[in-house]
Design a protein around this ligand. Structure first.
Ligand code: URA
Length: 236
């Protein structure tokens, strides 16, 4: 958004007042006096008018080791949500970047940066720099030797009329495997196993792209992402 539009829309100044304030050097963005009305700003630009803070949010990013039974949502009238586990920080502007089912455990990413989370979660066509998501999967029945090949070829989802991107399955033992998928479709892992006649009994997300669930984070704990973990998303 441009600075003049922001000041009119968010701070309720008239267009004439905005132009006056700018020419009188009364507007600062990130500590610098700005004279140009079309100066580009983001939701995290620190904006000051006549010494008064108009916007001063900071982009924040977290990983949580989600326990089973916790809802991937910001609010819910019945179930406990992931946000309630982020104790001691302001959670009012946070959202979840890539939900997990209620029973699924592991890496859940939360942020107040909508542009960053869209970059992380948007569905990309095969081959277009898709982001790997790694899951540890326990199944009800022995995983048949043909499953890895089926997942590599892609599983057809009738509801969406799509075939999943080639996924990689590494069988650890007969009912335990590590699965890497490149999309985040609704109940994707469960539906892929159901399509080959199996059933997921436990699902745990270990990794999303370069963000790996911190081994020291026991279930229910969270930490801020490091600058490297954040910036990797922009650099892709
Ligand atoms: N696939 C699923 O089926 N469930 C999840 O929570 C994540 C991926």
């Amino acid at each position: 958004m441009h600075l003049d539009r922001f000041l009119c829309k968010q701070a309720d100044y008239s267009r004439k007042t905005v132009l006056q304030l700018l020419s009188q050097k009364q507007v600062k963005v990130d500590g610098n006096v700005i004279l140009h009305r079309d100066y580009p700003i983001t939701p995290f630009s620190h904006i000051e008018v006549q010494g008064k803070q108009i916007q001063n949010a900071t982009a924040r990013y977290y990983m949580l080791n989600k326990p089973a039974g916790i809802l991937s949502a910001t609010t819910d009238p019945i179930h406990c949500t992931a946000l309630t586990l982020l104790t001691g920080i302001n959670t009012t502007d946070l959202h979840i970047a890539g939900r997990l089912d209620r029973a699924t455990t592991g890496l859940l990413i939360l942020t107040n940066d909508g542009k960053w989370s869209r970059q992380l979660t948007e569905l990309k066509p095969i081959g277009a720099n898709q982001i790997p998501k790694v899951y540890l999967v326990e199944t009800a029945y022995a995983i048949s030797p043909t499953t890895a090949q089926r997942f590599k070829e892609g599983i057809y989802f009738k509801t969406e009329n799509v075939t999943t991107s080639p996924a990689q399955l590494d069988i650890i033992h007969e009912t335990l495997a590590r699965l890497t998928i490149y999309e985040g479709r609704y109940h994707q892992v469960k539906r892929m196993f159901a399509a080959v006649g199996n059933r997921v009994t436990q699902l745990h997300r270990e990794q999303v792209g370069s963000i790996i669930l911190e081994p020291a984070l026991t279930t229910g704990l969270f930490r801020a992402l490091t600058p490297q973990e954040v910036n990797w998303v922009w650099k892709r």
